[in-house]
Design a protein around this ligand. Sequence first.
Ligand SMILES: Cc1ncc(COP(=O)(O)O)c(C=O)c1O
Length: 352
Amino acid sequence: MKIPFFIQDFTDEMEQAAIHALRNESFVGGESIIKFEEEFAEYTGTKYAVSVSSGNGALQISLMALGIGDKSKVITPTNSFIASANCIRMTNAEPILTDIDLNDGSIDLSHSKNMVNAIIPVHIYGNPCNFDAVRLFSQEQNIPIIEDACQAHGAEYKGEKVGSLGDVGCFSFYPTKNMTVGGDGGMTTTNNEETALKIKSIRDNGRKTKNEFDKLGFTMRLNTVNAAIGRVQLKHLDQKNARRREIVSIYRKNLAEDCILPENKDGKSVYHQIVIKHEKRDEIRQKLSDNEIGSAIYYEKPIHQQPIYQEFGYKLPNSEKFSREIISLPSYPKLTDEQALEICECVNKVIG
Ligand SMILES: Cc1ncc(COP(=O)(O)O)c(C=O)c1O
């Protein structure tokens, strides 16, 4: 590919931090873990951050820490990565998949009358969802909110960072995300000390004290070396997010139609994905590919259409239509202005 869809981020600074941690710290539970958690909590404006081994783990442990399990129901949108729903089933709870706003692909609660025990809104593509609607839903039913902020490091809603809006925020550091730890990793954020302590315990086999275990848990800790890399990445996150916003403004200015999904008017997106919605999606994709430009579709199948969810028999027409019309353009900070313009030129040959 002349312009790949994604470039893995690796710098000398990350390498030095990794080697320093490996040489000087415990591989598990080293000082970098404590520092990364402190810095991430400060960044999101929460009292506590507890690192874990993935975004999926963050979601699953958060649900468990909030007492979600057998006989619980948890609502989440169908337009997301499958982990947003799998985490629910892994706790033995029932996922209630809900349709989306056709405009921006985010959760639409306006038709949902379901009584549930928790809600997992997703800040899909790095764009904060309509959190006032989520809060209202949670207040009406008196249920906790677990934010799936796995794609939205640094995004804001009404001036507050995502991850600080609900009861727990969950982040992924998978290498394609706006920040990584040089491998899999995740983070939970919360203002509730008891929840933070439960998450810490569940990520460590349900440990209470050195030799005592009072609940079920996993080995889902983040490794020290990954935390050391994460600290470097966190330092540069705002600057990289700002570059993503520059890239989207080039796209918006130079595409023949403004077909890029809108930003939440009450929020600030970090453009994890820059998504076009257009009826000629397949033609656009072909044209990009013919010109050796990478693209992707997030997601080709909404969760309810995945084989493992078909047994539930959902029909969620907005998300089905949406998935046929969307395509993600390269959005990584290293993309140059010239490359962004070349991508626009190529897309305009189809839509112009
Ligand atoms: C919206 C969303 N939720 C959950 C996850 C799960 O994160 P991870 O891959 O780190 O388990 C991801 C990332 O892939 C995601 O994009």
